[in-house]
Design a protein around this ligand. Structure first.
Ligand code: G6P
Length: 622
């Protein structure tokens, strides 16, 4: 939520180019408005505008900037409406300070009143502007006390005093009018990463803007500040003073985040799913022991055998993957599993024994509620693992251990390939925990061989694309839609409905098919299509009865069924055929046509599939 970039160099490249490229790559974090501030001819110049980064680029064409020091921001509005004036960067005092911010300042109203009483004039209605004025205020105070304003210590002191007054979360990039070579970053709760170059440094909310510039990064910790100049970097922690930075070498190329020949990231990522599964499986299948192998669980076999309950906590699509995980782990490992919304778990104080293992499932590794749930569980002494995509993200770093998805950057705001990856990893986890308990060697071997086939199965599933496109045309005008499935396909019904809601703004609800009779059936009429996920398996005839009930009430039916199903076309209005697989692997298969259906309906309705309104990829506020 909100993306921050920063750059300081000594003339080897244009700060504006770095900032604009970075903002494009971070746009998935927010796209209400965008802005940059650049140190130019001894002053700070700001350009900001409502709308996408491309709007800002147009503004810069009309009013160009140049310099070697700058900060930029792409906004997902929290406090204050979407307007040019509320866009970041925000100036403090008389323009001696400029700030970009990701996070929420909870006590901003009180601070604003105090600063207004001191004579500070507010231009915006954001919480961020209080930070800019607060720093300007402390700077002025230090100067009044006779400190040297050109001394970096004075600047640092002012920032530190300002940060002390803030309640809430922040990732900050700060520039000073009188320091043409200094960029300060500060973090509490909102992620920031410093890219290390040769006489140049980069700052960003995540590592994606750094690809192509540097692969050496330093992740800022909470309560840590970074002082960046072309001559070097310095890190200062609130409690530990100066700290030695720990440099991580990243493995990413700028190309991973490019669209290539695809028109949208969402469709690119849907088509990457066979490879995503391959990446999630790579090096993790042990044929001899008929089990999975994980490098990072950081618990020994004895400790893992003692686990008698698993809690999976997550938000959004990751929560849906968790639901599939519940079915998988309970079936193969016979360990009771609960799936908790992270936002509820963090405040609910559920009783957890010391043999409970908690997993936070998250694509970004930055979701505020999931992070808080992880910390709450760790505070109570539970081994807390992460199933995470973004290497080096806050959750990945803070978890006691975990499993990476290796899905590559997911840019489309509506999650697709991360879901497929999470389900694959959860299947591996179920296999692994099962083999530590009752699951036999042959049963483990069968699961391995089924999983190995999945990349090709998904390639085959994607052949339904043309059929889905046609069906989308037929239903593009619908305003309500029901999604129903049972067993392993119930979470897929939720996920299918979420996809449609997110990107096409059509009201959609997912239900376990049998629950239909307890409410949703009242919505059925000739204008409300029902999507039934009805592949061959133990639930087939049960779901078929539900389908008949909808048919009897004249509800249009779209069925996701197996390619060898000969009856379904007689009842359903439209059928999307998918390959037949083992029941527990259906979520990987049946979700694909639902992703495609949402994608095409959204396109036909003229929606922006990669940047749906009001949403953000990484939700770093509560
Ligand atoms: C946002 C995104 C969703 C995502 C959810 C959880 O709502 O738009 O696509 O599923 O956050 O994100 P996470 O990164 O924790 O998986």
């Amino acid at each position: 939520m909100c993306g921050i970039v920063g750059y300081v160099g000594q003339g080897q490249r244009s700060a504006v180019d770095v900032l604009m490229e970075g903002l494009h790559r971070l746009e998935y974090r927010g796209y209400d408005s965008a802005g940059i501030a650049v140190h130019e001819h001894g002053a700070i110049s700001v350009r900001k505008r409502v709308g996408r980064v491309s709007e800002l680029a147009r503004l810069l064409d009309e009013q160009p900037l140049s310099g070697s020091l700058g900060i930029g921001h792409t906004r997902w509005a929290t406090h204050g409406g979407i307007s040019d004036v509320n866009s970041h960067p925000h100036l403090g005092g008389n323009g001696e300070v400029v700030v970009v911010h990701n996070g929420v300042i909870e006590n901003y109203a009180a601070l604003r009143e105090r600063l207004q009483a001191l004579g500070y004039a507010f231009r915006s209605t954001t919480d961020t502007e209080v930070i800019a004025h607060l720093i300007a205020h402390h700077l002025e105070e230090q100067l009044r006390l006779g400190q040297d304003g050109t001394d970096r210590k004075t600047i640092l002191g002012a920032v530190q005093l300002a940060l002390k007054s803030l309640k809430g979360t922040f990732g900050l990039g700060i520039l000073f009018r009188d320091h043409p070579n200094l960029l300060i970053a500060a973090r509490l709760g909102s992620p920031l990463v410093v890219g290390v170059g040769k006489h140049e440094y980069f700052l960003a909310s995540d590592a994606s803007p750094l690809a192509g510039y540097t692969d050496e990064v330093v992740y800022l910790s909470d309560h840590e500040l970074a002082l960046l100049t072309p001559q070097g970097m310095e890190f200062i922690h609130r409690d530990h003073g100066r700290t030695a930075p720990s440099i991580t070498v990243l493995d990413q190329s700028a190309g991973d985040s490019e669209l290539g020949d695809y028109p949208h990231y969402m469709i690119k990522e849907i088509y990457e799913q066979p490879t995503t599964i391959e990446n999630a499986l790579r090096g993790r299948l042990d044929d001899d022991a008929a089990t999975a192998v994980f490098g990072g669980l950081n618990l020994n076999v004895q400790q893992l055998r003692r686990i008698d309950r698993i809690v999976l906590t997550a938000c959004g699509t990751s929560w849906h993957a968790g639901l599939v995980g519940e079915y998988l782990i309970e079936e193969f490992a016979r360990i009771p599993v609960e799936v908790e919304y992270a936002s509820e778990f963090r405040y609910r104080n559920p009783p957890l024994s010391d043999t409970t293992m908690v997993f936070a499932i998250t694509q970004s590794g930055e979701t505020a509620d999931t992070l808080a749930a992880l910390r709450e569980s760790q505070r109570k002494g539970h081994p807390t693992m992460a199933i995470c995509n973004v290497v080096g993200s806050t959750i990945a770093r803070e978890a006691d251990g975990g499993i990476y998805l290796h899905a590559g950057p997911e840019i489309g705001v509506a999650s697709t390939k991360a879901f497929i990856s999470q389900v694959t990893v959860l299947a591996l986890l179920a296999l692994y925990m099962g083999r530590l308990r009752h699951l036999s060697h042959p049963a483990g071997g069968r699961i391995i061989s089924h999983l190995r086939q999945m990349p090709d199965v998904i390639r085959k599933t994607l052949l339904c694309h043309d059929a889905v496109r046609e069906i989308a045309r037929k239903y593009q005008g619908t305003e309500n839609c029901l999604y129903m499935g049972r067993g392993y396909n119930f979470p897929v019904a939720l996920e299918g409905a979420l996809k449609l809601k997110e990107i096409s703004y059509v009201h959609a609800e997912g239900y376990p098919a049998a629950e239909m009779k307890h409410g949703p059936i009242a919505l059925v009429d000739e204008n409300t299509p029902s999507v039934f996920i009805i592949p061959q398996g133990t639930m087939y005839h049960k779901v078929m009865s539900n389908l008949e009930e909808v048919k009897a009430r004249k509800g249009p039916i779209i069925a996701i069924a197996c390619e060898d199903d000969e009856q379904i076309a007689r009842i359903a209005d439209d059928v999307i055929y998918v390959p037949r697989v083992e029941e527990y692997l259906y979520p990987l298969v049946t979700v694909v046509p639902l992703q495609l259906l949402a994608y095409h309906i959204a396109l036909l309705r003229g929606c922006n599939v990669d940047r749906p309104r009001n949403l953000a990829k990484s939700v770093t506020v509560e």
